[in-house]
Design a protein around this ligand. Structure first.
Ligand SMILES: Nc1nc2c(c(=O)[nH]1)N[C@H]1C(S)=C(S)[C@@H](COP(=O)(O)OP(=O)(O)OC[C@H]3O[C@@H](n4cnc5c(=O)[nH]c(N)nc54)[C@H](O)[C@@H]3O)O[C@H]1N2
Ligand SMILES: Nc1nc2c(c(=O)[nH]1)N[C@H]1C(S)=C(S)[C@@H](COP(=O)(O)OP(=O)(O)OC[C@H]3O[C@@H](n4cnc5c(=O)[nH]c(N)nc54)[C@H](O)[C@@H]3O)O[C@H]1N2
Ligand code: SF4
Ligand SMILES: [Mo]
Length: 728
């Protein structure tokens, strides 16, 4: 009796590391990094390697579960569950209309191409405004800037890490996160090569993060990134250091950028960031002087105030310094499946074509900001969100103002969660449906490829069959849609075809699109082109080019004039709003809270895996010695963190890794539900503290604000328990 080896990639995060699986006769799987993978070259992290423990987790849900009147769940058959869900959805439609059905597509869905396509298709077929995604929490700012500057939401030039001389990184911790909106195989090694070849890596972060420890660290106060970037651009333009040719070829050019940053008060920028004026000026000049440079910003900068302005300033600095569409600067990805053309064909991309019902946020890519979910569930009236299908997410914990989100979820007429666990969210569901995990399904990294430095394609078969009654997410979505007479597709003829019994499969749709795409085989016309069938014969992945092309902007911009647009007056207004902003209640809430991601968990999950929890991991609030001393706080003390939104009790760790005036706390702790180890790990839910009011989130994109939140910390009473939550 032999063991079977197969190639695949990890489906947990954007890195999509290549893996080799060995399958035993007893249906167990062991994973190791794939040294031959075209992008990850033998790297994989502990989460990926440990994943079989999720598949085999005794707490995993293996049957559809229905909530009983007493709040417990019992296993039911698929037909029974789906038929009842269909019946209840039809009742909701009859009473409130289709627009009262909502979808939440959580983070794990970004790594499941088939479900990703089907959920976008289902939302389009429902014509619902209640389509929420995890991206609407942290990436909407990218998508607003993409639409404004390049003419399409999904255009996101990526740093050419292997050829840059200066990597300026704001609010990202790639050594832990392994890269986001940027996919560079083994990113730690790739970054370390920059100083090895005489270049610089500067990490701007309120904490000496795992990445900052390896490079130059520039501390900053949380929430102040747009001030730093605006001040840098101000210096570049004031000192006439810009690339005049590049700016002249853009729409708006120098004048448009000066309109945004011309009035920046450098002393104010220094006070907001806690970075001296001379340091900001030097950073700007050094950046310009580097032969090739790029600024990159992620969650630290995207989950703070004014995050769309922040992303605009990042792109503006890259463009103004000529570090755009050229080696070592920002370059364009070339994914195997061209998502830009796909979304364009079905008119999915766009911005501000409608507004959300209660708070009036602009739509982004056909989605509403997840930060508005609680309000949309709890505010009565026509179009109120009454039924939610939640796939791949744990919104009761991950969305701001969690207390309200939870109340909203509990008030729905129907909540269906597709999740392998009884989570903080699914415990409130009427039905929990068990999905096939990535080892158990066909896959191709649809979300990762547009941001990849190495163009490659990969398509893998399931390594092992699903356990128990688990079924693929796309199939579950398809079955639910079918029961309300819909096909999950944005295509014009799809609904008619469905009435004739024609239902496509996502593998067919994705294959067809890939085949007509930039690398496709054009159905046989291009001999060396790729197709699903060909890729499945090379499951270890196929390299499509050695590196990304340069000098291609004209072909990659979607504006009719094929130019970069820098003259969007919304950014001038945002800059004005930022300059006029006064932080209230500095006396009551003098500290600024920011989020920390951890190596051995993924957002709110993977805390149930024994190996990843080794060493008695606990959630710890990091605080600077000076801030701790004035509050009489020592390491190990229980402290109460209070924001205008709520209060939680956590354990403190005093450390000078943190800038003075700020506190850092890992999110995704303080669990409830049936994942026993995760629940036993304790801690408290960060998002009890975060706001979701219309003016508390980013006005242009609806991105949530998790970093830079005003808080105060006090020593807890001796009897206080960690995890205690209180809304104010
Ligand atoms: N305070 C604070 N809050 C944050 C952030 C922060 O930095 N600070 N970050 C935000 C960001 S960037 C994001 S992306 C969101 C993420 O928040 P969510 O979108 O809620 O995603 P996760 O917390 O990753 O939860 C993923 C869920 O999917 C389930 N799952 C895993 N695999 C599968 C599968 O194959 N199929 C299905 N159906 N389910 C699966 C897991 O069990 C888990 O319940 O959180 C946001 N919340
Ligand atoms: N191991 C692991 N990997 C992950 C995840 C995970 O939970 N665990 N989550 C995945 C997800 S959903 C995402 S979106 C990506 C995120 O990928 P990254 O953005 O690279 O990851 P973070 O760890 O959130 O990094 C944010 C950094 O910003 C700092 N920071 C916080 N506030 C500010 C601020 O206001 N300004 C500045 N300049 N810095 C600030 C934090 O200290 C932290 O070091 O990671 C993904 N990968
Ligand atoms: S870095 Fe991400 S993709 Fe790679 S093994 Fe770890 S979790 Fe999986
Ligand atoms: Mo994210």
């Amino acid at each position: 009796m032999g063991k079977k080896n197969s190639h695949l990639y990890c489906g947990i995060c954007e890195a999509a590391c290549g893996l080799v699986a060995t399958v035993g006769d007893d249906d167990t799987v062991t994973l190791r990094p794939d040294p031959t993978h075209p992008n990850s070259h033998g790297f994989a992290c502990s989460k990926g390697i440990a994943f079989p423990a999720v598949r085999e987790d005794p707490d995993r849900i293996l049957h559809p579960m229905r909530r009983q009147p007493d709040g417990t769940f019992t296993a039911v058959g698929w037909d029974e569950a789906l038929d009842d869900i269909g019946r209840r959805l039809r009742a909701v439609v009859a009473e409130h209309g289709r627009e009262s059905i909502g979808l939440y597509l959580g983070n794990a869905g970004a790594f499941n191409y088939s479900a990703f396509l089907w959920i976008f298709g289902f939302a389009a077929a429902l014509k619902t405004k209640h389509f929420y995604t995890a991206a609407s929490i942290d990436i909407n700012n990218y998508w607003v800037v993409g639409e404004s500057v390049y003419g399409h939401n999904l255009v996101n030039p990526v740093p050419d890490v292997d050829r840059t001389d200066f990597f300026l990184c704001l609010g990202a911790n790639p050594v832990v996160s392994h890269g986001s909106m940027l996919n560079v195989g083994h990113i730690r090694t790739s970054l370390l090569r920059i100083p090895e070849r005489g270049g610089r890596v500067v990490i701007v972060d309120p904490r000496r993060s795992e990445t900052a420890q390896l490079f130059e660290h520039q501390p900053i106060l949380p929430g102040a990134d747009p001030w730093l970037l605006a001040a840098m651009l101000h210096v570049i333009l004031r000192e006439r250091l810009e690339d005049t040719k590049v700016l002249a070829s853009s729409r708006g050019g120098r004048d448009a950028l000066w309109a945004v940053v011309g009035d920046v008060d450098m002393e104010r920028a220094a006070a907001e960031t806690a970075i001296p004026v001379a340091t900001i000026e030097k950073l700007a000049r050094d950046f310009v002087a580097a032969p090739a440079a790029c600024v990159y910003g992620r969650c630290g900068a995207s989950l703070g105030p004014f995050s769309t302005l922040t992303k605009f300033l990042i792109d503006a600095i890259n463009i103004a310094t000529g570090n755009f569409d050229r080696a070592g600067g920002m370059v364009f990805g070339i994914p195997a499946l061209d998502t830009e053309q796909f979304t364009k064909l079905f008119r999915l991309n766009g911005y501000d074509r409608w507004r959300t019902r209660v708070d009036g946020h602009p739509e982004v890519l056909g989605t509403s900001p997840a930060a508005t979910m609680a309000t949309e569930m709890l505010t009565p009236g026509k179009g109120q969100l009454r039924a939610l299908i939640n796939c791949f997410g744990n919104p009761a914990m991950s969305i701001p103002n969690s207390g309200e989100v939870e109340r909203g979820l509990a008030s729905l007429d129907l909540l269906v969660c597709v999740d392998p666990y009884l989570t903080d969210t699914s415990r409130l569901a009427d039905y929990i449906l068990p999905p096939a995990l990535w080892l158990e399904r066909e896959g191709m990294p649809i979300f990762t490829q547009p941001h990849s430095n190495v163009p490659y394609a990969q398509w893998v078969s399931p390594t092992v069959p699903p356990r128990g009654q688990a079924r693929e997410d796309w199939w579950i979505v398809d079955q639910i849609a079918k029961r309300i007479g819909l096909a999950p597709s944005p295509a014009p003829g799809a609904q008619l075809a469905a009435t004739l019994g024609i239902r496509l499969k996502p593998s067919f749709v994705a294959d067809a699109f890939m085949r007509i795409g930039p690398h496709g085989d054009l159905f046989g016309l291009r001999r060396r082109g790729i197709s699903r069938k060909k890729l499945l014969r090379h499951p270890g992945g196929v390299k499509l080019a050695d590196r990304l092309p340069t000098g291609v902007a004209r072909h990659r911009l979607h504006h009719k004039d094929r130019r970069v647009h820098l003259d969007d007056s919304r950014f001038v207004r945002e800059m004005g709003r930022m300059a006029a902003r006064i932080v209230h209640d500095v006396d009551a809430y003098p500290l600024r809270l920011f989020s920390i991601r951890e190596l051995r968990s993924h957002n709110t999950w993977m805390l149930n895996v024994p190996k990843l929890m080794a060493g008695d991991r606990v959630q710890r609030l990091r605080i600077h010695p000076a801030d701790a001393a004035v509050r009489g706080i020592d390491t190990g003390d229980h402290v109460v963190v209070t924001s205008p939104q709520g209060a939680i009790t956590v354990e403190a760790q005093v450390t000078d890794d943190i800038i003075r005036g700020a506190i850092g706390l890992p999110h995704g702790w303080g669990h409830r539900g049936g994942w026993r180890r995760a629940t036993a790990a304790g801690g408290a839910n960060y998002n009890i503290l975060t706001p979701d009011a219309p003016d508390a989130v980013d006005v242009l994109s609806g991105n949530a604000v998790y970093n830079g939140v005003s808080v105060e910390v006090t020593r807890a009473a001796v009897t206080a328990t960690v995890g205690a939550e209180r809304e104010l």
